[in-house]
Write a protein that binds this ligand. Structure first.
Ligand SMILES: C[S@@+](CC[C@H](N)C(=O)[O-])C[C@H]1O[C@@H](n2cnc3c(N)ncnc32)[C@H](O)[C@@H]1O
Length: 251
């Protein structure tokens, strides 16, 4: 893209429109099957909260299976797209804009999910502790929190100097992601063309990768009574070879 002006905008502002395209390689149905397996003690009409729902791909599937879904995201643009998808599918979901660190609607849930890298947007141990305390407070006794965590191994393997270009009649985007193994931070810069030829909008997304020992520490320091840290591919105990952990905590 040959442009002169770069305008910084919030994460998932313009990219929201491209998010489903960006996640095209993900099989959400496999994730739903894994989630069902990890929550099979709950009835189909149990009360669920997706606390970083994005464009609602997971929440929609769970609502179609009968779950009573509330779905929250920090980005109003992601919520707008999710709500439009639910409306066109005739699926009932309570969507709200909210921050996973502070969201509180005076309701209590059987299951809370935070999937596909949502937790990696929390960059400090303090924020993760706040997230765990907030979700603990939002769960009913015996309720389950499920989240996934991208590891340094995944970022090293796939995101050192990663480039992607997507073109469409809206202008598309260019993505450049780099991972710094010292800070364990992955920075993704999305450059999106506007309809003014000389201006592009830029979204910078920063995510932190976490090791098994980090995740074990977060669980140990929380109020949850038990937890499992699984490899998301094998669904066996996660280890140093895992690219992504799927974590289940029980209140
Ligand atoms: C990689 S997307 C995952 C979306 C969705 N869970 C999925 O499975 O497709 C990460 C989402 O986390 C949201 N997010 C980031 N920080 C957040 C926060 N503090 N509170 C709520 N949502 C947040 C972003 O807006 C984005 O929609």
């Amino acid at each position: 893209m040959e442009t002169q002006n770069l305008l910084n905008i919030q994460p998932y502002q313009r990219l929201a429109a491209y998010y489903d395209q960006l996640m095209d390689y993900i099989d959400y149905d496999i994730w739903v099957a894994d989630i069902e397996e990890l929550t099979k003690s709950f009835k189909s009409d149990s009360k669920w909260l997706d606390i970083s729902c994005g464009t609602g791909s997971m929440a929609l599937r769970l609502a179609r299976l009968g779950r009573n879904m509330t779905a929250v995201d920090l980005s109003p643009h992601m919520i707008d797209i999710a709500a439009a998808k639910a409306k066109s599918d005739g699926v009932q979901i309570n969507f709200q804009v909210g921050d996973m660190l502070t969201f509180n609607n005076n309701e209590h849930y059987d299951v809370i999910i935070n999937l596909h890298d949502g937790l990696n947007y929390l960059l400090t141990t303090t924020d993760i502790q706040v997230f765990l305390a907030n979700t603990f407070a939002l769960l009913k006794p015996g309720g389950v929190l499920l989240f996934d965590v991208v590891t340094p191994l995944l970022c090293q393997t796939h995101f050192r100097g990663y480039r992607e270009i997507f073109n469409d009649d809206q202008g598309g985007y260019e993505r450049y992601t780099n991972y710094d193994p010292i800070t364990q931070l992955a920075e993704s810069i999305f450059t999106l063309q506007t309809n003014q030829d000389d201006t592009s909008e830029v979204e910078t997304h920063i995510q932190k990768a976490y090791e098994l020992s980090d995740v074990e520490g977060f669980c140990r320091d929380s109020k949850f009574k038990s937890w499992q840290i699984l490899d998301d591919e094998s669904m066996e105990a996660g280890d140093a070879e895992s690219e992504r952990y799927l974590v289940r905590l029980i209140k």
